[in-house]
Design a protein around this ligand. Structure first.
Ligand SMILES: CSCCC(=O)C(=O)COP(=O)(O)O
Ligand SMILES: [Mg+2]
Length: 261
């Protein structure tokens, strides 16, 4: 087995979710279709609720920022003109959500609504989150060795907690010391990793970030974070240069902590 030694200065392991702890297929074949199929009904049922209105406001703001993009779907402001107007607005939100999802956009607005929609499905036991089989044993071992374990995903913190709280391995939320999402910044921007270190109270070089996306690895590395690229079944392929440049792991069990036995 290939072994990757974790530098002695590392005290925090920061984990991506999709493609790292969790198969991309679970996200693409279960989580995302649930949104596409249920978004209209969800909006119709919850429209009057404060939380839903906040989600729509954020989506409308995002739609304004996206107005220059090809195929962007605007969300009109409410005119208060009856049921037809409401149905048109709901349809605009549905079209906007589907358009963003067709591009796999990671906007905070989209991720916030998705998190709220998954809440009911997880709570009702209609979904259980999948984790690769090496994840839970490795995370337990790292924590026993004194490491802190944090999550940084484009999925909202609320969605992250749903996944860890309702997994095929049971409730594994207690294995995580904290969560970050795009509210701290986008994963392809190095400033986000400096802010994460600051929020945890450590230096960036105390962090090892595991991700499947080399653009994220590159941004983290620019901030002096240690990185390893995770190669899982179903992940996007890497170029030869990426394979040479980055430390690669195919399982969390390949990480060797000098402090552990
Ligand atoms: C944690 S919620 C489900 C996944 C998701 O919506 C997503 O965008 C995953 O992005 P990641 O940064 O974990 O690759
Ligand atoms: Mg990922």
């Amino acid at each position: 087995m290939v072994v990757l030694s974790v530098p002695a200065e590392v005290t925090v392991i920061l984990l991506d979710i999709e493609g790292t702890t969790t198969p991309i297929a679970f996200v693409k074949d279960i989580l995302f279709p649930y949104i596409k199929e249920n978004v209209k009904e969800y909006l119709q049922t919850h429209w009057e609720e404060e939380e839903c209105q906040q989600d729509v406001s954020l989506l409308r703001k995002q739609a304004e920022e996206d107005s220059h993009l090809d195929g962007a779907v605007p969300i009109p402001a409410a005119s208060g003109n009856g049921a037809d107007d409401l149905q048109q607005m709901i349809q605009a939100v549905v079209d906007n959500v589907r358009w963003q999802m067709s591009l796999d956009r990671k906007t905070t607005a989209l991720k916030q609504l998705q998190g709220h929609m998954w809440r009911a499905a997880f709570a009702a036991g209609r979904m259980k989150a999948e984790f690769f089989e090496d994840v839970v044993p490795a995370v337990r071992k790292w924590r026993e060795a004194g490491m802190k374990v944090y999550i940084y995903s484009s999925g909202s913190v609320e969605a992250q907690k749903l996944l860890f709280g309702h997994s095929t391995e049971g409730d594994i939320l207690e294995l995580v010391d904290g969560h970050f999402d795009t509210k701290i910044g986008h994963k392809v921007e190095s400033e986000s990793y400096r802010k994460i270190a600051n929020s945890i109270g450590c230096s960036t070089n105390n962090i090892l970030f595991l991700t499947d996306v080399t653009l994220e690895a590159s941004a983290a590395e620019e901030a002096d974070v240690h990185v390893a690229v995770v190669v899982r079944p179903g992940n996007a392929g890497l170029t030869d240069d990426e394979k040479t440049y980055y430390s690669l792991i195919t399982s969390f069990s390949e990480l060797y902590l000098p402090s552990s036995t």
